[in-house]
Design a protein around this ligand. Structure first.
Ligand SMILES: *Cc1c(COP(=O)(O)O)cnc(C)c1O
Ligand code: SF4
Length: 349
């Protein structure tokens, strides 16, 4: 049984004063930690990086004026209660607000954990007709909450409706189950997805720390990959969790070895109550620079910010172009990752 209160949690961990004085509020996500994840936490370390992601502290009860509940303007871009259409060719469908375990850094906390449950038949059919009316939409992010909290038959119903509206719709299954509760992922779930073979699926995971990659999570992801569903990972850069190059280097290399492509490394969004987790951009850029020298192109994630006021995603990295050196000749001056410079003759001029 998952732990859902501080009282229960105190039976497993010696809670600190900051943890004990957390107050649940309407904007916070509930306390819920799976047995699996709890077993990975190092009990004797109050600053354990896994503990920080799931055990709330009173720092969560502080909101900054620069923060807001919905900095990405997801509500502005919503059509009905569950479709977010921010980019022309792809939509996100909020299939449910429930997760098996809640992350203290959750950026969609205005929605997540409100306990409203899965999308109704009417909401699913409304989304299907939206897809039909918008043939420019080629990809869907099946997200939430965590879609795999829904039963296989409910997921089957959703995918059937969406693929009926557009048989070539690429669907990303966005889930933290390989981290939180890998035993959920079994042959039945995979064969259900496989039956919908008119377009590809992609698995989008959220591993933030190398210790989250366990034999059970590798088995869970392998079921997808062996079935022809490629796996990609989206990490969040989190203070005190993974904000150092060594941890991220190990995370990305271990993911790659297990056939999970590091896709994004997100800068923390300006969401109310998450300031404890944000890493200064200057530090993030230094980490990115080091990773770029150490990791292969396959292992390197795109360090990315989702800009406030719905500005959208932008890549974060230092420029390797110093300047256009000679406009007449058409040559450019570059910085090498090791700190040298090179002039490049531009053939197009
Ligand atoms: C991030 C995001 C996407 C997907 O963007 P990609 O860069 O293609 O991964 C789609 N819709 C919304 C609302 C998003 O926030
Ligand atoms: S799994 Fe995703 S939606 Fe659920 S609490 Fe974590 S970050 Fe939020």
């Amino acid at each position: 049984m998952p732990v859902t209160s501080l009282k229960e949690l105190a039976q497993h961990l010696d809670l600190t004063q900051e943890e004990l004085s957390w107050k649940e509020s309407p904007v916070s996500v509930p306390l819920r930690i799976t047995d699996h994840y709890l077993s990975l936490i190092r009990k004797d370390d109050p600053s354990d990086p896994l503990r920080r992601q799931v055990v709330p502290t009173c720092r969560e009860n502080t909101s900054l004026v620069s923060e807001s509940e919905d900095p990405l303007h997801e509500v502005v871009h919503s059509h009905g209660s569950r479709i977010i259409h921010r980019y022309a060719n792809r939509i996100a469908f909020l299939s449910t607000d429930i997760c098996p375990m809640y992350c203290r850094h959750c950026f969609r906390r205005r929605f997540t954990g409100n306990m409203e449950g899965g999308a109704t038949d009417a909401e699913i059919l409304q989304c299907a007709s939206y897809i039909k009316d918008h043939p420019e939409v080629r990809e869907m992010l099946l997200t939430g909450g965590d879609p795999l909290t829904l039963s296989d038959s409910r997921l089957d119903y959703m995918v059937t409706a969406f693929r009926k509206a557009n048989p070539r719709l690429i669907i990303r299954i966005c889930t933290r189950y390989p981290v939180s509760e890998p035993s959920r992922i079994d042959e039945n779930l995979i064969s259900m997805f496989r039956r919908h073979d008119s377009a590809p699926f992609y698995l989008l995971t959220q591993f933030n720390h190398p210790r989250e990659i366990t034999p059970e999570s590798i088995r869970a992801v392998s079921l997808f990959v062996d079935a022809g569903i490629p796996a990609m990972n989206q990490s969040v850069l989190l203070r005190g969790v993974n904000d150092d190059p060594d941890t991220l280097e190990e995370l990305c290399n271990t993911l790659l070895f297990n056939r999970i492509k590091p896709y994004y490394l997100f800068q923390g969004d300006m969401v109310s109550g998450t300031s404890d987790f944000r890493v200064p951009l200057r530090r993030g850029l230094e980490i990115e620079k080091k990773l770029r020298r150490r990791l292969s192109g396959l292992a390197m994630p795109n360090y990315t910010a989702d800009l406030p006021d719905g500005g959208g995603k932008v890549p974060l990295c230092g420029s390797y172009i110093i300047r256009e050196a000679d406009k007449e000749k058409g040559s450019w001056l570059f910085r090498t990752p090791e700190g040298g410079t090179r002039e490049v003759q531009d053939p197009s001029v």
